[in-house]
Design a protein around this ligand. Structure first.
Ligand SMILES: Nc1ncnc2c1ncn2[C@@H]1O[C@H](COP(=O)(O)OP(=O)(O)O)[C@@H](O)[C@H]1O
Ligand SMILES: [Mg+2]
Length: 290
């Protein structure tokens, strides 16, 4: 089972958009049994696939809906409230993924309040209570038997939640906008990757697929100059991916619940955004499943 995570401690660089397209590519185009995991308390990735509910009683006001398989009259279901999220791994509870509108794709949604609470443990408890929990969950027989691939969307942070993703992943991709401040952040992610790589046993390496230029504007001098300088940068050049994602209005348009078609892969084959998405996500998939 391959576990692909999109990480960058900066926000607005396309992590959620890439996670979504990756999950759709693996499940729809490659017919792999795929599990999407939303590790960002903001729940954006979850919202792309299921209708999250507003929780007016909490600060992070999003909760997963009642699970379609939950039956309040079934005694087996008496010990849960009908909602499930990936945050259950921090509370010793089972995770029941939700089906999505895509046949081969299930989702373990975020739960803002619970993820934030899990992350706020004492410093001396964080290793035991947070860092290894996702890796443990993903190495369970149930998950390994049910899925071929896992795609994880992460929060814009280098905190304990993101660390637990780095510890669980087999592959990471660092999406980045070609702007100075964002690229400064890329060094931080590279450091996390190197530290984790040193810690990993030889038979379970953490692969960096690469740094993926996103929201790229061909007509913008800055973007072109930054990309060229990255490709010449001694420390980073070998990791810069030879593909990129352009800034196109179709990506935010597809975020809408009412978007029709719903997935970029349901657009006509001649559509430029689809051509580009196929190229990028095929490139990633080929490296992951090599
Ligand atoms: N290639 C793109 N072209 C245009 N808009 C994009 C593109 N990728 C993402 N966006 C938009 O930019 C915003 C931030 O993207 P998002 O994927 O949510 O980033 P992150 O998860 O890193 O914060 C969203 O509104 C999204 O729809
Ligand atoms: Mg996001």
């Amino acid at each position: 089972m391959k576990i692909i995570a999109f990480v960058n401690n900066k926000g607005g660089v396309g992590k959620t958009t890439c996670s979504r397209i990756m999950a759709e590519y693996l499940s729809k185009e490659m017919n792999l049994r795929t599990l999407g995991i939303d590790f960002d308390p903001q729940c954006n990735f979850s919202n792309r696939f299921i209708q999250m509910q507003v929780d007016t009683t909490s600060r992070e006001g999003r909760t997963p809906p009642i699970h379609p398989h939950y039956d309040p009259d079934d005694p087996n279901d008496s010990d849960w409230d009908g909602r499930s999220s990936i945050a259950e791994i921090f509370y010793g509870q089972g995770v029941t993924p939700y089906p999505t509108y895509i046949e081969n794709l299930d989702l373990a949604p975020a739960y803002g309040e619970k993820l934030l609470a899990a992350e706020s443990v004492r410093r001396d408890e964080v290793v035991e209570k947070v860092h290894n929990r996702l890796a443990e969950f993903l190495s369970s027989d149930d998950v390994r038997e049910a899925y071929d691939a896992v795609v994880i969307d992460t929060a814009p942070s280098k905190g304990p939640l993101t660390l637990s993703v780095i510890k669980a992943a087999t592959h990471i991709v660092i999406p980045t906008v070609m702007e100075e401040q964002v690229i400064e952040g890329v060094y931080g992610m590279m450091q996390l990757w190197m530290q984790e790589s040193l810690r990993r046993p030889k038979n379970n390496p953490l692969h960096l697929v690469g740094i993926l230029p996103t929201l790229f504007k061909n007509t913008t001098l800055l973007h072109n100059q930054m990309l060229e300088s990255l490709k010449e940068n001694q420390e980073l050049s070998e990791y810069v991916m030879p593909v990129k994602i352009s800034n196109r209005i179709v990506f935010p348009e597809l975020d809408s619940q009412n978007a029709n078609p719903h997935s970029i892969f349901d657009l006509p084959n001649s559509n430029k955004a689809k051509v580009e998405a196929v190229k990028v996500f095929k490139y990633i998939a080929e490296r992951v499943f090599a």
